[in-house]
Ligand binder design. Structure first.
Ligand SMILES: CC(C)(COP(=O)(O)OP(=O)(O)OC[C@H]1O[C@@H](n2cnc3c(N)ncnc32)[C@H](O)[C@@H]1OP(=O)(O)O)[C@@H](O)C(=O)NCCC(=O)NCCS
Length: 176
């Protein structure tokens, strides 16, 4: 499947499709904006640049990584990624990352990306998705739990952010 179509909560069309190299600029800038918010990702400055994002997208054309973008009425709204675990014996397991642009949050875009990426993951023969989030990220926890991800552990004080230590919640879901 190359494209998935959903509706936002306010009935706008959300098209989720595989990322193209031309998406690199919007994806990278969204990533930078989310990093700058300082609340959701365990870094305070982006450790990559737009060219590296373009190369990442290019690589997904020929490997098992999955990178999907969501567009709401044609506007870039967010993206989701699946990357295989490194061990040979864990090739059936993918790590998930997701961000939605601030303006488009809480409208159903995250759910659309998650539903599409599970299907894209099955096509790439993944059987399990693992992810993690800050214990304080109630929106992400609500989204993941509502889709059947369950908590398998917590790493205490795993991140030191400017406002102090944050626990990392580890979650997973079998997708086959
Ligand atoms: C977390 C994130 C990906 C969720 O995407 P989203 O588009 O905002 O979420 P959706 O609108 O699809 O909502 C899905 C579920 O999330 C929860 N949720 C969404 N908005 C919420 C809010 N304002 N308060 C509480 N829960 C909320 C609900 O469980 C919701 O399900 P429901 O619509 O059936 O009530 C998005 O908010 C985001 O990118 N946040 C910043 C970056 C981030 O946290 N990335 C994940 C790091 S692990």
């Amino acid at each position: 499947m190359d494209e998935w179509v959903f509706l936002t909560k306010d009935q706008k069309s959300v098209v989720v499709r595989h990322a193209k190299v031309a998406d690199a600029s919007e994806m990278f800038h969204c990533f930078c904006e989310v990093v700058q918010e300082g609340k959701w990702l365990p870094t305070t400055k982006p450790s990559s640049n737009q060219s590296e994002w373009a190369r990442w997208i290019q690589r997904t054309y020929s490997n098992r990584e999955v990178l999907l973008v969501a567009r709401v009425e044609g506007e870039y709204a967010g993206h989701v990624s699946l990357q295989p675990e490194e061990w040979h014996a864990s090739k059936h397991v993918a790590r998930l990352g997701i961000i939605v642009r601030k303006h488009y949050r809480s409208k159903g875009v995250g759910r659309a990306l998650m539903l599409a990426v599970e299907e894209a993951g099955r096509i790439q023969r993944y059987e399990k998705i693992v992810l993690s989030t800050f214990e304080s990220n109630n929106v992400a926890l609500g989204l993941y739990e509502s889709l059947g991800y369950h908590i398998v552990g917590m790493r205490e004080k795993h991140f030191l952010m400017p406002k102090g230590y944050i626990n990392e919640v580890l979650m997973e879901k079998l997708i086959v």
